[in-house]
Write a protein that binds this ligand. Structure first.
Ligand SMILES: [Cu+2]
Length: 102
């Protein structure tokens, strides 16, 4: 009985974490590992330190494809990026830590 209860609790926890990952977008992911994504640059905002990307699915985060703004870890990461560029990027704690044109 104890075992069953623990399993149910673990299941509930893990599905809640997944739902929060995608719906939250601003909430830091629990995992600190960097994940890779690809997409197309839609908007650059050097002042805010954000880049809006029409990104493909990111399986590691359970995200489907969508357009959303990302914070960059350092504003200099935006240097040389252009709207319309296809890019590959690394996300860590939902911030872009590396990005380059493909
Ligand atoms: Cu998204």
């Amino acid at each position: 009985m104890k075992f069953i209860l623990a399993s149910v609790a673990a299941l509930a926890l893990s599905s809640a974490a997944v739902a929060q990952d995608h719906a939250g977008h601003g909430a830091p992911a629990a995992s600190a590992a960097a994940v890779t994504g690809t997409g197309v640059v839609k908007k650059l905002d050097a002042k805010a330190g954000t880049v809006t990307i029409d990104h493909g699915p990111i399986k590691a985060l359970n995200w489907g494809a969508m357009t959303m703004p990302f914070k960059v870890a350092d504003a200099s990461l935006l240097n040389g990026l252009k709207v319309g560029a296809k890019v590959t990027f690394q996300l860590k704690d939902q911030k872009i830590v590396a990005i380059k044109a493909m």
